[in-house]
Design a protein around this ligand. Structure first.
Ligand code: AHG
Ligand code: MN
Ligand code: MN
Length: 338
């Protein structure tokens, strides 16, 4: 049998050889990945584990919470409180930040997560995931209580990002800033095994992902891009495109990391005062870091997402992400329409 590399081994070697990974960050990634195993287990039980369905509560975004949104949030909070690696956490499911209780030691990292992405797919047995982003607490925060403003750093300050996808296989896709790797969960052994080394997105693609039902609400540059894709071989693009939309960002991004593609969730006129549907800090930023690390590109239509300076924890953003040449084209269409 070929020698298998576990996540632990991968991280230890990275820490030892490249000196690229501080011990505390290694611990953080191990703990998050362990929490994702627990979530994966709950997800796979479905109705048998009584984890399907909604609660009567709403989150800060005004979305009805699913049972699994709340379970996953608690699993991540509990797993990450005691290790001494974190200063605080933030989540899609919590209005404000979660400080590490005083009974535990504190570390220098900030962890942000979308505990369960793709909630609308939970009850229909379609792939869903967990997204996470890691920042460092600002140096001037040592010795005082962490505040929400300490989290408001641009995405290019992330020191690690990743997601777990709960699909036909459970996988963990990770970057610590030197490329993207993927691990598959070996359920019998209970360990993450390195299966995807150096994940790279091809610059060109014939596959796009967007919620087409919103077409009538889009801005002209988005409409122009999608119209040209739909025109196919005989149109200006001179090739046929294929369309996919899972409605779990994790799954749509996983597809484009595996075989290329472009994913758009643009601003639209349904809620003109919001820049888009997806959240900057725990959806768009980690995915943009992964995609850039895999040679792709990510913009809000105009600028690099990773350079957007957030002004609040739950800020939203327009997302154009994936194969470099297609994202560059959509971005150019936005600039031309200015
Ligand atoms: P969440 O389940 O964390 O609220 O995120 C759902 C997001 C994202 O995963 C997906 O790309 C998008 O919402 C789907 O939106 P539509 O309902 O417009 O398809
Ligand atoms: Mn989400
Ligand atoms: Mn979510």
């Amino acid at each position: 049998m070929n020698k298998r590399t576990s996540l632990t081994q991968y991280l230890v070697e990275k820490q030892r050889n490249d000196n690229a990974l501080p011990a505390e960050l290694r611990l953080l990634i191990e703990i998050v990945s362990r929490a994702c195993k627990t979530i994966s287990h709950a997800v796979s039980k479905g109705a048998l584990g009584e984890v399907l369905g909604s609660l009567e509560t709403e989150n800060v975004q005004g979305e009805v919470q699913k049972k699994l949104d709340v379970i996953s949030n608690s699993v991540l909070l509990e797993a990450n409180e005691w290790g001494g690696h974190l200063a605080a956490m933030a989540s899609e499911e919590m209005e404000t930040i979660h400080l590490i209780p005083n009974r535990y030691p504190k570390g220098e990292y900030l962890l942000l997560f979308d505990p369960l992405d793709g909630s609308s797919n939970i009850d229909v047995n379609v792939s869903i995931g967990t997204i996470f982003s890691v920042l460092k607490a600002p140096t001037d925060s040592s010795g005082r209580e962490i505040a929400e403003s300490d989290f408001l750093q641009a995405g290019c300050s992330q020191v690690a990002a990743g997601y777990a996808i709960y699909g036909p296989q459970t996988m963990l896709v990770l970057t610590v800033g030197d490329g993207v790797v993927g691990f598959t969960l070996d359920r019998e052994m209970g360990s993450w095994v390195l299966t995807h080394n150096n994940i790279t997105i091809p610059a060109d693609t014939k596959e796009f992902a967007i919620n087409m039902s919103n077409m009538r609400h889009w801005a002209p540059p988005v409409k122009r891009y999608v119209d040209e894709c739909l025109a196919g071989k005989t149109g200006t693009r001179g090739k046929d495109f294929n369309m996919r939309w899972v409605a779990s960002m994790v799954t749509d991004i996983h597809r484009l990391l595996m075989r290329g593609g472009i994913f758009l969730y643009p601003w639209d006129a349904r809620e003109p005062n919001k820049p888009g549907k997806l959240r900057l800090m725990y959806e768009a930023n980690p995915m943009s870091m992964l995609v850039e690390q895999a040679s792709g590109m990510a913009t809000n239509g105009y600028d690099r997402i990773l350079e957007v300076k957030p002004s609040n924890l739950h800020e939203r953003v327009s997302v154009v992400i994936g194969s470099k040449n297609e994202v560059a084209r959509v971005t150019q269409y936005h600039h031309e329409a200015k």
